[in-house]
Write a protein that binds this ligand. Structure first.
Ligand code: ZN
Length: 75
């Protein structure tokens, strides 16, 4: 099967095209740094701020979905 975008990813691209354009997914090399890092929910594009990546799943404060670390989008 091809790796096609989910409905949520398509919706996100329509709602927040700039986020999709400017962001990549979090990966194992993503670091928060001293100032922390902005993350965007792949389901609803809500912005959140993290200071570390010592977690594997985080709940979105807006849509309440549990999002795996490597699905979050970051600039
Ligand atoms: Zn969300």
């Amino acid at each position: 099967m091809a790796d096609e975008p989910t409905k949520a990813e398509i919706a996100l691209a329509q709602v927040a095209p700039r986020i999709s354009d400017l962001c990549g997914k979090v990966n194992r090399w993503t670091r928060a740094g001293n100032q922390g890092r902005e993350l965007y929910c792949p389901e609803c594009a809500a912005e959140t701020h993290v200071y570390h990546f010592a977690w594997s799943v985080m709940k979105c404060g807006k849509c309440k979905e549990y999002i795996e670390k490597y699905r979050w989008l970051t600039p």
